[in-house]
Write a protein that binds this ligand. Structure first.
Ligand SMILES: NC(=O)c1ccc[n+]([C@@H]2O[C@H](COP(=O)([O-])OP(=O)(O)OC[C@H]3O[C@@H](n4cnc5c(N)ncnc54)[C@H](O)[C@@H]3O)[C@@H](O)[C@H]2O)c1
Length: 435
């Protein structure tokens, strides 16, 4: 592929976010503040990272937008759906992630972002009881209504392209059922038959986005686009998909730290991770059925980095546990503890403790920006289906499990995949040289 085969980032880019809570309001406020020059988009790879292109004497380090055409922050137009009617300004104030002094300079713009009625089913998030919800006949009608929202938003703001990002609550766990989720035909039939058990509202958003020619990104651990039916739809419509679950705090640490143990051939006998957090995300995850979705996603990280079959002496039967505890006083300021039991020479045990006092939405906001901009880039480059190069940003990266593919969770391998995709889309050679 050469540079000219990537379409330029001309015109306006609509960013439609499902869920206008802590992550979304922090993301939107930061982008609006950054484009006024009042804040820095710290943590965003597309805004800061430099990639080496070329080798030896020809090598140079370029920012992403010097290699590939990335949409300008000034061209972004935000929209959202939420179960609650609060606009983006009210949401930013209510969520208490940012100080008022960091919100007020863009108050006017935020107030104009009023959430559209949500495609929602109370059974998928029992702790939520907002009434800004669509009245629908069945799941198919739910999808049709979302499609109409996307078309109207595009027309109203004269947009060139749209990306849809899920930053809404984690839904209850929907296990993949081959009969329903295995093909597009079966999925559509289930939507038309109003199969509420197998068709989560998030699937209706994803189906609508892809059908309207918009990439879809799953920021929660929901199985939504992690099913063959959605892969088929994304191939049919030529749209990229990415997911699942933003890799922000504890899992970021885990996917960066586990390679220390693995590359030094140290043994692992247990890894216990626990968190306290008190925002609405924490409240929803306090419900066991919703936590199950998160647990599955969080647990998958270690097993593909420290692989028991590859090193039976070092990694057989290690105990891996992940806990999230709802604790209101901390709000969005999550605290994570990791206790890691390792062993060394002749099996002698040692312990490592990590205590991360993070800010959930502050870590998630730059990922939202990067995932949106890079999915838009991927669409313009003609890439469709699962975008594995975005695994870097995700806790439970999608991969075609029907073909025996395994996810890449190792942070530094993911970074190589990201850099190589940018290089290739920019017309440069992919390589594995360490910078
Ligand atoms: N912040 C992080 O570090 C992080 C990391 C990984 C994943 N996530 C995920 O990102 C998501 C957002 O997190 P948050 O802290 O902003 O949560 P939040 O509770 O503050 O916001 C989520 C919003 O989604 C809305 N919502 C729920 N179902 C909806 C639907 N069907 N349609 C439209 N809106 C709907 C809720 O009303 C709520 O306002 C969660 O699923 C969370 O698990 C966050």
């Amino acid at each position: 592929m050469n540079k000219t085969s990537v379409k330029p980032a001309e015109g306006k880019l609509g960013v439609l976010v499902v869920g206008l809570g802590a992550v979304t309001s922090t993301f939107m406020t930061g982008v609006l503040m950054a484009r006024k020059g009042l804040a820095k988009p710290v943590g965003s790879m597309t805004q800061y990272d430099k990639i080496r292109v070329g080798k030896g004497e020809d090598k140079k380090y370029l920012k992403y937008n010097e290699i590939v055409p990335i949409a300008d922050l000034n061209d972004i137009v935000f929209g959202a759906w939420d179960v609650y009617p609060a606009n983006a300004y009210e949401s930013a104030i209510n969520c208490e992630v940012l100080k008022e002094k960091d919100i007020n300079p863009v108050k006017d713009e935020l107030e104009k972002i009023v959430p559209m009625k949500a495609a929602f089913d109370h059974n998928y998030a029992k702790r939520l009881d907002g009434d800004n919800v669509k009245t629908v006949k069945d799941r198919w009608d739910m999808t049709e209504q979302i499609r109409e929202d996307i078309r109207n938003f595009k027309k109203e703001h004269n947009l060139d392209r749209v990306v849809v990002l899920w930053a809404a609550s984690t839904e209850v766990y929907v296990p993949v059922d081959e009969k329903i989720h295995g093909s597009l035909e079966a999925l559509e039939a289930a939507m038309k038959a109003d199969d509420k058990e197998h068709i989560a509202p998030s699937m209706c958003y994803a189906y609508a986005a892809l059908s309207e020619g918009a990439p879809f990104i799953m920021g929660a651990p929901n199985t939504t686009v992690d099913i063959p039916a959605m892969w088929e739809l994304s191939e049919k419509t030529g749209m990229p998909i990415a997911g699942k679950d933003f890799k922000t705090g504890q899992t970021l640490v885990k996917s960066g730290f586990a390679p220390i143990i693995g590359t030094r051939c140290l043994g692992l006998s247990g890894w216990f991770s626990t968190n306290i957090l008190g925002n609405r995300d924490g409240l929803v995850l306090d419900e066991p059925a919703n936590f199950r979705t998160k647990e599955v996603s969080k647990l998958s990280t270690l097993e593909s980095i420290l692989v028991p079959e590859a090193q039976p002496d070092l990694y057989t039967d290690y105990y891996h546990k992940v806990r999230i505890n709802y604790y209101p006083p901390r709000n969005d300021n999550k605290e994570g503890w990791d206790n890691i039991d390792i062993f060394g020479w002749m099996g002698y045990p040692m312990q490592i403790k990590i205590n991360f006092l993070c800010r959930d939405s502050i870590l998630a906001a730059p990922l939202c920006l990067d995932l949106v901009l890079l999915s838009d880039l991927a669409a313009r480059a003609g890439r469709h289906g699962i975008q594995r190069f975005l695994s870097f940003f995700l806790k439970s990266p999608m991969h075609d499990y029907t073909k025996g593919e395994v996810p890449v969770n190792h942070l530094f391998q993911q970074y190589v995949m990201l850099k190589n995709a940018i290089r290739e889309m920019g017309g440069y050679e992919a390589d594995e040289e360490i910078d």
